[in-house]
Design a protein around this ligand. Structure first.
Ligand code: ADP
Length: 521
């Protein structure tokens, strides 16, 4: 019932989360593709802007420099430009008379002498041809604009017409692009800079490739397949394309991973919730059990109190009324009264002790205690009960004297009384109780053995719990409070010692307490 109360909302929660995660996965994939596209476009736009700006500045050659027969003014103009990305500058004048002089300059402005048949010269003339045509026809232009000519892929040219005051083209200024610069310096730097702007999870896995020499079909089919984005270059290098792929983690893989993480977390949360529920249920069950044990405790204790009181009253009455005159009987009744009041004292001691332990007020007065003597005294105090029950008790100790233990004398007596009391209470036919003392490393051990019904191994730990009594199995009708062994364990552990039980059903039990000796405690 309780499990269903957790499981149903959890199942709904998980279902909703799964749905949301699947949607998120789809969105994430699309988002990543968009990010990769923006990245690719930024690199391409950067290169276009770079050459457009260069052409606008470097190729705006003053008309009179072109007309000047000396190369100096042109050389000075080109020398003043930023030559990055430029292999050569050139200027071509459409002179109405004579052959059109084509002059070349290095990227730093130096005048160069190139043969008329050089491929660069051909590329320059091809680029200038449209404006030359306009000039020959006496046409005018509204403004000069840069044009790229890539007829010879090894000598890509950007050219710009030079206009006179009326807008008539009088020549062309141009530059031959330095492809090595673009490939080896410009693109790697631009790719790095743009990649740094990508979202973190995408950045590490991005792989960028420049594809060159695409024909018309390849350019047209600039593909975007799977996790790949491919866009053609614009303005310059129009036969190139930039291909970008999320190498280490594709968009799908990334979304899948986050789905897995979220699912894992949800399952973990579910497991923790169920564990918490289990714990709560268990502690509730324990509380119920404890309250049940307390109820039994009250009834047990009432019985424990009433029985000896009743005997004491009856025997007392006999004696008072003087009905018994036989001195032997008088002594016997006296012994009963003594034994019963001894049991009462012990019960009351246990109850008081328990309440002190429970409220943390139990304190001990430590001194050197001779354990053999304490055992003998306890046996002596129980003598009447032993005789009444027909028990044979023996006390065995090693020959050499034992070192004293460091303990509270009264508490030691109480522990021994509780153990012996149990041995008497639960013993069966062979009415034998044995106490044995032994020297061990750092402690003195005392064992109390009986030939009683023994204790089931499954119960051997629980009998030390407060109020715990074995109710079934080896049923006994001996009454008790369920506090005896709990007090034994508490006292012994407070002394730095330990208590253990060795028992097999039907074969009796041996309780062993180890008390630290002075100095080891
Ligand atoms: P009480 O004797 O008052 O019931 P204890 O804490 O002394 O409480 O003992 C707890 C339980 O352990 C007892 O109810 C009994 O079932 C079991 N037990 C203790 N000592 C012995 C023993 N010597 N032989 C068999 N069972 C024992």
């Amino acid at each position: 019932m309780a499990a269903a109360a957790v499981a149903v909302p959890l199942a709904i929660l998980l279902g909703l989360q799964l749905h949301a995660l699947v949607q998120l996965q789809e969105t994430a994939t699309a988002t990543q593709r968009t990010a990769l596209r923006a990245y690719t476009k930024a690199v391409l736009r950067g290169l276009e802007d770079f050459y457009r700006a260069k052409a606008r500045a470097a190729l705006a050659v003053p008309a009179q420099s072109l007309r000047d027969p000396s190369p100096e003014p042109l050389a000075a103009h080109f020398a003043a430009q930023d030559g990055d990305g430029v292999r050569l500058f050139f200027a071509l004048a459409f002179d109405a008379g004579g052959p059109a002089p084509l002059r070349f300059f290095a990227a730093d402005g130096r005048a160069l002498a190139l043969p008329e048949a050089a491929p660069e010269a051909r590329a320059a003339r091809v680029a200038a041809a449209p404006w030359q045509l306009v000039a020959e026809e006496g046409g005018r232009l509204e403004a000069a604009s840069s044009v790229v000519s890539e007829q010879l892929p090894a000598h890509r040219v950007i050219a710009r017409p030079i206009l006179d005051a009326d807008g008539r083209p009088i020549g062309v200024a141009g530059l031959v692009i330095d492809e090595a610069f673009v490939r080896e310096r410009y693109l790697p730097a631009a790719i790095d800079a743009e990649r740094a702007r990508l979202p973190e999870p995408l950045r590490a896995g991005v792989e960028t490739e420049v594809r060159t020499g695409l024909d018309d079909a390849g350019r047209g089919a600039a593909a975007e397949a799977g996790d790949e984005v491919e866009l053609p270059f614009r303005f310059v290098f129009s036969d190139w394309a930039l291909a970008v792929r999320g190498r280490l983690m594709s968009a799908e893989a990334w979304a899948r991973r986050s789905l897995r993480i979220n699912l894992g977390l949800s399952l973990l949360m579910t497991a923790m919730l169920l564990a918490a529920l289990g714990l709560a249920l268990r502690s509730a069950a324990r509380a119920t059990q404890l309250s049940q044990m307390k109820t039994e405790f009250v009834s047990n204790v009432s019985h424990e109190l009433r029985t000896p009181l009743a005997s004491i009253r009856v025997f007392g009455e006999f004696l008072r009324l003087g009905r018994v005159t036989d001195p032997e009987k008088v002594r016997e009744y006296g012994e009963y009264i003594e034994a019963e009041s001894g049991r009462l004292t012990q019960l009351v001691n246990n109850l008081l002790d328990f309440s002190r332990i429970d409220s943390g007020r139990r304190s001990f007065r430590f001194e050197d205690v001779d354990l053999a003597r304490a055992a003998a005294e306890t046996l002596q105090a129980l003598d009447v009960r032993l005789r009444q029950g027909g028990f044979r008790a023996s006390l065995r100790a090693p020959d050499e004297p034992l070192p004293p233990i460091w303990a509270d004398r009264a508490a030691v007596g109480q522990v021994l009384t509780n153990l012996l009391d149990n041995a008497l209470k639960y013993s069966g036919a062979p009415r034998e109780v044995e106490i044995e003392l032994a020297r061990e490393a750092g402690c003195v051990a005392i064992s109390v053995s009986d030939r009683g019904p023994g204790i089931d191994p499954a119960e051997q730990e629980r009998i030390f719990e407060r109020f715990y009594r074995i109710g079934s199995g080896l049923v006994h009708d001996a009454k008790g409070s369920g506090l005896g062994l709990a007090i034994v364990r508490h006292v012994v552990e407070a002394h730095g010692g330990s208590v253990s039980v060795r028992s097999r059903p039907g074969e009796g039990s041996t309780f062993t307490v180890r008390w630290p000796i002075h100095g080891a405690a």
